[in-house]
Design a protein. Structure first.
Length: 242
């Protein structure tokens, strides 16, 4: 009887813990405003982020079947109606086989920023392979996505990866890489004229690699789905732009 009671207590605690994890208060991140001149370079953006912005981690394993956890962190700020991002990744294997904009970069070593600027459930999924190949679409869920024009992405988003920009097959043995990204508000095609300053919105940050030898799905804010699914705006955290 004692053993049965222990098993019952264990199961009860597991259920309670699971329910709490899925209903906990979303994280909140204050996006610092950096004063800078216009026409700033990616190198300068990288330095300013390093000097002025706090480091945040993408380290939550939401699904036990995918327990591999690379080390991932990021910095985020805004300036001149642009979002500035810098990712830092250390992982065992890296892959960059996708060579076209709006391709399936989530299969490669990939970092992602899902952004719901109006906090109304419609979001942009910014996805970048480790060589900076971008994927960008808009909509309310994974099935109703509208791609942003490839030429507009190329013209307006600036990306620099320490791994360069040439595709490659999987490389093993441990790797560390960084990526700096400038995302202008003008790329938010369904929110024309939006101003980032003072905006209270929702987002999540991810690291994945569907086709790598160690598939993984890490998030900044917890995701409470049964299987890996980043396209769930109800699990986004809160962003407040200074």
């Amino acid at each position: 009887m004692l053993n049965k009671n222990k098993v019952y207590l264990f199961l009860l605690c597991t259920v309670i813990s699971s329910c709490y994890a899925q209903n906990e208060t979303p994280k909140e991140l204050i996006v610092k405003e950096i004063k800078s001149k216009k026409n700033i370079t990616l190198f300068q953006v990288s330095d300013l982020l390093e000097q002025q912005v706090k480091l945040h981690t993408i380290d939550l394993i939401n699904w036990d079947d995918f327990s591999y956890s690379p080390k991932v962190s990021f910095r985020i700020a805004h300036a001149n109606n642009q979002i500035w991002l810098k990712y830092y990744v250390t992982e065992e294997n890296i892959l960059a086989q996708v060579d076209e904009i709006n391709g399936s970069v989530a299969g490669d070593s990939c970092v992602e920023f899902f952004f719901d600027p109006r906090a109304d459930g419609n979001y942009y999924n910014f996805e970048f392979s480790c060589i900076g190949m971008p994927h960008l679409a808009y909509g309310p869920d994974r099935h109703k996505r509208q791609f942003v024009d490839k030429e507009k992405i190329t013209k307006e988003i600036e990306i620099s990866s320490s791994l360069g920009n040439e595709p490659f097959i999987e490389r093993t043995g441990g790797h560390t890489w960084e990526m700096t990204i400038i995302i202008p508000a003008s790329i938010l095609t369904e929110d024309k004229g939006i101003q980032l300053k003072g905006l209270k919105t929702r987002a999540n940050f991810y690291k994945c690699g569907d086709q790598t030898s160690d598939p993984h799905y890490l998030s900044w804010n917890p995701v409470g789905t049964e299987r890996p699914d980043f396209h769930r705006p109800e699990y986004f955290g809160q962003l407040v732009f200074e």
